[in-house]
Design a protein around this ligand. Sequence first.
Ligand code: HEM
Length: 220
Amino acid sequence: MLPFTGAAGLALGSLSAQATQLALHTATLTAKTASSNPTLWYLTRAAAVATYVTLTLTVGLGLLRSMARVEQRTNALYLWFLDETHQFIALLTAAFLSLHLLTLLFDPFLPYSLLNELLPLNEPYRALPSALGVLALYAMVIVLFSSWLRRRLPYKLWRALHYVSFVVFILVTAHGLLIGSDTGQAWMNAIYFGAIAFIGALTVMRAFLSPKPVVTPARR
Ligand code: HEM
């Protein structure tokens, strides 16, 4: 004999149907809330803009530091300030970049996997601009890693690798302009235009001054 028959069976059946419906409704609501919660998306964009600004400052400070050689500035405090801020802001750039990639990874709005962030293949959104971001990431790792190993590398090799920072700047500018939701907004255009003008002007000045590298015996 079945444990529940008649009215009791019907009541139990309806109860379980309602419970299934409720569970489905809750699951749908959770999924919707997760995918429509814009917090991570705003964080991804804010971190991206912060990365771009600090990257620009890092490259700019590096250019100023190299020009300080020809200006014959003996002011040790000025050189110390440039060195410290250049290194600190470079680390800040790495931290903001990690946040940009981490928030993108957990944001259900766009299905980026770790592989999508590390390999420029099968990107789920705007393939070419995404691939430019991945290439910029590689270039940035080269610059940061070689700077970390600076004392162990021959000076000329370190310097050649440090020039890759120009490649990073160009790749990131193209990546941001082509993929960013904020491209076209007046404030973001001002950031891109300001950054390009700032780095462009300093690069021209540096090329014009053409400072000779200071190769001390310890740096050979
Ligand atoms: C050096 C590395 C990177 C830097 C400095 C960087 C910087 C930027 C910048 C400046 C923006 C524009 C933000 C805006 O308009 O609000 C952006 C957007 C974006 N980036 Fe990156 N990015 C890098 C690497 C990557 C990588 C590896 C990926 C994934 C493959 C990626 C995916 C995205 C996506 C999906 C957006 C669009 C966000 C939006 O709608 O604004 N980025 N990034």
